[in-house]
Design a protein around this ligand. Sequence first.
Ligand SMILES: O=C(O)CCC(=O)C(=O)O
Length: 438
Amino acid sequence: MRWLGALLVRGNACASLPAPVLSVPLKLRAPLPVLSAADKRSFTSGKGDNLYGDSPQAIRALELFRAVATPSAAREVDEFMLARQTDLRTLDEWLLSELRQPDENAGTFAVEWKTFASRAMKKDRSNVARRAWTQWEAFGGESDRATPLVAIASEDAASAVREVGVVRLDGCLSEATAATLRQFILARRDCSTAGDSEARSLQLSRVLCAKDADASHETRWDVRLPWDDVVRGAVAELLAPGGRLGDAFDSLSGGGRAELFECAAVISSQGAPPQIVHSDTVMSDQAVLHTAFVALQDVEACQGPTRFLPSTHTCQRTHDALERDWTNFCERSASISALLRSGDCTLYDSRILHCGGPHLRPHRAERTSSLGVRAGGPPPTAVERVLFYVSFRHAAAELSNRDMHGAGSILPAVAALGMNLGALRKPKVPVSFREEMQ
Ligand SMILES: O=C(O)CCC(=O)C(=O)O
């Protein structure tokens, strides 16, 4: 999730964009105590445009940091800013290179930044989760006003996405494939969370509302997936020639040249807070990205189905209204809820407002209907909700999934394969795509 041009923010929110490397609510804007007017000019052109290609998040984060930095850490920042005539790196790139230095080479800036970032992230996480609960209440809470997202009868899924921003397609993956893939994903998640911090940050991307405000453990994950047989097989099945999902992607994404942009899974377990309402990319005139969320088990109301706000993908006014007064906005907005069966999927335009719901304790009624246990039997068991997802960047869109902010939902090795929709829809996906690409 990545910025520049269009802004991709899965796991983040337009209303409160986390800065790169750390999360800080935008409203916490602080004055610049150290920067001179000349320094400020080196951040922007003075017209609000960005002269150097820095993300607005990086600029804000640095502003906030400078408000509290020691003189020696501030000096390191100044040195980079002054070297801008010759050092062509963006602020984002500079930040990342500083922070990736091994501890023994880290300067004062990197050490102070890490402390600053971890405090800000903690504060932002709980603020965001609190806000998400308020939004959820405003949608009706336990008496949610959302109506179920229903599958359309017509074959033309792409038109529905253009019009409403989202469509439901049933039976895109067989139960057997869904079950195998689900197991694989959960094992990956377990392995990644047990791994060291390097493995974690490679395999898990940042997710919005990873845990509740006062919770000590995570309940929501975004797992980047390797291009293993099981993933490759599922993708081939989903996009099979003549299939509705593949055809819809093709029509929406400008044909076979559309690039595979994300290949990952979101998981939520009981206790996960809701997410704040967000879009995955900021508003743009044309669609830039489409995503399919595929249910790998049934998704019941208590498991926090994805909520979509219909037709918000083309309506800047609604995005503005959300930013201005989100409680009022959620109270007034209609929404649809993706209650799915295993193998069903939602296909949506990344500009649509949406959010994952809270993962609550299973209800008795659901226990009898979907888990096949009679009422009065043992307490229902919580079932983790796993959604596999792929997204394709429109063939004509400019959007980067460089993992500048820890949120890019594709493994660098998979992105490096440069796969596109056309190749993935060939009747038979090569056994070793990697070998073929080399
Ligand atoms: O969990 C969900 O249903 C939606 C996830 C999502 O929108 C996100 O992580 O950006």
